[in-house]
Structures are given as structure tokens and as C-alpha cells.
Write a protein that binds this ligand. Structure first.
Ligand SMILES: *Cc1c(COP(=O)(O)O)cnc(C)c1O
Length: 413
């Protein structure tokens, strides 16, 4: 038998599980073994695997029209852009496909706005970013990454970015100069380990941006769309960025769909021919995307994430002292630094052996981001399995995975 990775680039090191089926918060491998998915496609699966409402929308569209290119209008485009703009409280949407493309689009919008609207001399516009950022994998985006794994060997890099420590308002203020056109931030740094900035940081960044005519670009690709218990992570400080950058869950776990959302003053820097994408805003993606927006407009997913997240935080707090160095939870999203110098990868392998799929981020940090369809029992299950792995023999309420899996699989929302 040929190894499963014999004909692929080795740019990932997956857990040794081969999945064949997914339903809600659960996936099944080729041998019929079931796992609770505590990663949810890095939040691309906020609504779980194959949510019936989203699958129905995709199916109906598949039978009608799937791709037009933007050379022509299609009949699902206006509703998707109107309703997503309304969800964000903004005027307009520019759809792309992957998250990295949406970040690139936001960078282009900010640079053009700087040059054409604010009068920054051509080719001089600069963007402030945060150390530890993750905004995607294009050559320009890795140009301002601080992660050697993401950068090494990929130069020459795109100039025009200034990196400041995340969470440090004074450093950000000091970095703002006459050529600064934008600040690009994750309101919570996901890949860095679910790092939540100090309270008041986002508000402070907004104030500094306003005082200097600088745009605030919020990368909500992983943090947005209900994950943190609010529609956007920025909502926790009532901060409204100039540009929302969205992706991942916007495609409902079915299709790649990303977007930037902004008011006309920013969006109108784009003119015909100045930017585009063959697949951006295609009929199939819009059909799924508008259904995602309608689900979020009801508010129940956000409330569910907040409630389950509080349960997850309470559960993690019961784990014996000494098992964890730090826990950061916002909504149904947790970054956990495991103690004792244990590698995050090793912990994820042990979780996998017990039927829970999760992913390490860096070193000894693991991230938990189960689909928002998980039940209370399933949240408790994640905590107890984690307890079993971190404190062998120490988990108080370990339940049979199969029992919870059968009794607990359900959907809501
Ligand atoms: C995943 C992610 C991206 C990149 O999205 P892709 O679809 O993988 O290109 C950008 N920013 C953040 C915050 C992300 O989590």
C-alpha cells in the first residue's frame, strides 16, 4: 500500500487519521471510528459538518447555476452583498475566496486609500501589523509574519510593513507616521494561541487610528462570525473597524468564501479592472454565504457560543492545578498552554487516541474550537478527555465516548 502522503507536498504534518464522514460536531474515519471534532477546520466549520440548512442551500444552487465569473451579474449576488453588509453595519462587500485573498484585498484597499484619498506619496504607504500575527500564506502576507517557519526562504519580501508588539498601545502609537495608511490586526490572535489583548487595547487602537486618519483593518477570519460569543471579536469592546476581513465560516464549511466589508469611502477606491477574482462571489458561494449571514442575523449562534464557552471555561478551571500553565477562553475558543514542557503535538496525539481531534498551534499550546453545534455533554467530554490526557488517572468524570456520542449528537440553531 502506498503511503497516503506519497504524492503530496509535505507542507502539513496531519494527525494519522483518515476521515471519511462528518456530521455536526462528529467525524468518522475510514475504519468507522468516531471522533469529536474540537478544531472545526480552524473555525471554518462553526456550524458543524454538513449543517442541513447550508447543505440544502448549496444543493438547490447546484441544480441551477454555479459559476458565472464577475463579467456578468447573477441573481444571488445582490442579496449576499446586501445582507452581509447589513450584518457588519457597513455599505459594501467585496467577495473573494480564501482568507489570504481577503487580507490582500484589504491591504490593497488601504494602500490605495492612503495614496489616492489621503495624499500619501505613491509607493510610500505603510501598514502597521502585530508581532505573532497570522494573516495567511501569500508572499506579501508572509513578508510581515514574525514566524520563521512561515517566512524562511521566501524572500525577497514585500516592503511597507511595520511590526509592533501585540497588545502594546504605546508601541503602536510610536509607529504611526505620516505615511501610515492602516493598522492591520487580529482582534484575538488565533494561530498565536488564542491570545486575547489587554482590555482597552482595541478601543485604544481605534482612538489612535482616528486621531491620525489611519484605517483600522480587523482580520476577523478566525475570530468572527459567532466564534467568540459575539458576531465579531471587535464587538467585545464595541470597536468598529474601517474594514472587516472575513473568511473561514463565511463559506459554511462547504465552499471557500471570503470578503472585505467596508463603507463606500474605502470601498470606492476600487474601480473596474483594479482588482478581481474569477471565483470571487460565485453563485454557489453566494448561496451558502447568504444562508450563513441569515443564520448569524438571528443571534442564536452568538448566544450559544457564549453559553458553551462559559461552560468550557468552567470545565477547564476544574482541571488540577499544575496541568496547565495558562488558559485563555473567549466564547467557544480556547488556547491552552500545557505544563511540564509537554509538546502540544504529543497532547493532540493523546487526545486523538481517545477520540477527540484538536490541533497544537506552537510549542506547548493547543487550541480548542469545536463547532458551535456541540452540546453541553460534548463540551464536558472534551474537558474530561483533556483531563485524562494531562493528568493520567486524574479525570473525575470520564465518560464513555460512545455513550456521549450516541446520546449527545444533536444540532441546534
Ligand atoms: C486562516 C486565517 C487566514 C488565512 O485564511 P486562508 O483561507 O487559509 O487563506 C487569515 N487570517 C486569519 C486570522 C486566519 O485565521
Amino acid at each position: 500500500m502506498t503511503a497516503i502522503d506519497a504524492h503530496t507536498a509535505h507542507n502539513y504534518a496531519p494527525l494519522p487519521v483518515v476521515l471519511a464522514h462528518g456530521d455536526g460536531a462528529w467525524v468518522t474515519d475510514v475504519d468507522g471510528r468516531r471522533y469529536l471534532d474540537a478544531l472545526a477546520g480552524y473555525s471554518a466549520l462553526n456550524f458543524g459538518h454538513r449543517h442541513p440548512r447550508l447543505v440544502a442551500a448549496a444543493r438547490a444552487q447546484l441544480d441551477r447555476l454555479t459559476l458565472t465569473s464577475r463579467a456578468f451579474h447573477h441573481d444571488g449576488f445582490a442579496a449576499f452583498t446586501r445582507e452581509l453588509a447589513a450584518l457588519c453595519g457597513k455599505d459594501a462587500v467585496l467577495p473573494m475566496n480564501t482568507g489570504a485573498e481577503a487580507v490582500e484585498t484589504a491591504i490593497k484597499a488601504a494602500r490605495r486609500h492612503g495614496h489616492l484619498v489621503r495624499g500619501i506619496p505613491e509607493d510610500q504607504a505603510r501598514i502597521i501589523v502585530a508581532a505573532g500575527n497570522f494573516h495567511g500564506r501569500t508572499t506579501t502576507i508572509v513578508s510581515f509574519s514574525t514566524d520563521p517557519d512561515a517566512r524562511t526562504g521566501y524572500g525577497p519580501f514585500t516592503p511597507g510593513f511595520d511590526v509592533v508588539p501585540y497588545g502594546d498601545l504605546d508601541a503602536l502609537e510610536a509607529a504611526i507616521g505620516p505615511q501610515t495608511c492602516a493598522v492591520l490586526l487580529e482582534p484575538i490572535q488565533g494561530e498565536a494561541g488564542v491570545l486575547i489583548p489587554p482590555t482597552g487595547y482595541l478601543t485604544g487602537v481605534r482612538e489612535r487610528c482616528d486621531a491620525n486618519g489611519v484605517l483600522l483593518l480587523a482580520d476577523e477570519i478566525q475570530s468572527g462570525l459567532a466564534r467568540t460569543g459575539r458576531t465579531f471579536a471587535c464587538d467585545h469592546e464595541q470597536v468598529v473597524p474601517d474594514v472587516y476581513i472575513l473568511g473561514k465560516a463565511l463559506g459554511g464549511g462547504i465552499v471557500p468564501l471570503s470578503a472585505i466589508v467596508a463603507d463606500r469611502a474605502v470601498m470606492d477606491v476600487f474601480t473596474p479592472g483594479s482588482h478581481g477574482s474569477t471565483f470571487g462571489g460565485n453563485p454557489l458561494a453566494c448561496a451558502v454565504g447568504v444562508e450563513v449571514v441569515r443564520m448569524l442575523a438571528e443571534g442564536s449562534w452568538q448566544r450559544r457560543a457564549a453559553r458553551l464557552g462559559a461552560r468550557l471555561a468552567d470545565g477547564l478551571a476544574t482541571l488540577p492545578e499544575g496541568a496547565l500553565d495558562a488558559v485563555r477562553v473567549r466564547g467557544l475558543w480556547a488556547g491552552i498552554d500545557v505544563a511540564g514542557g509537554r509538546g502540544g503535538r504529543e497532547v493532540c496525539e493523546a487526545l486523538y487516541a481517545r477520540g477527540v481531534l484538536a490541533k497544537d498551534t506552537h510549542g506547548s499550546t493547543i487550541r480548542l474550537a469545536p463547532p458551535l453545534v456541540v452540546t453541553d455533554d460534548e463540551v464536558d467530554l472534551i474537558v474530561s478527555v483533556l483531563g485524562e490526557v494531562l493528568v493520567p488517572g486524574g479525570a473525575q468524570r470520564v465518560r464513555s465516548l460512545a455513550a456521549v456520542g450516541q446520546a449527545g449528537v444533536g444540532r441546534s440553531g
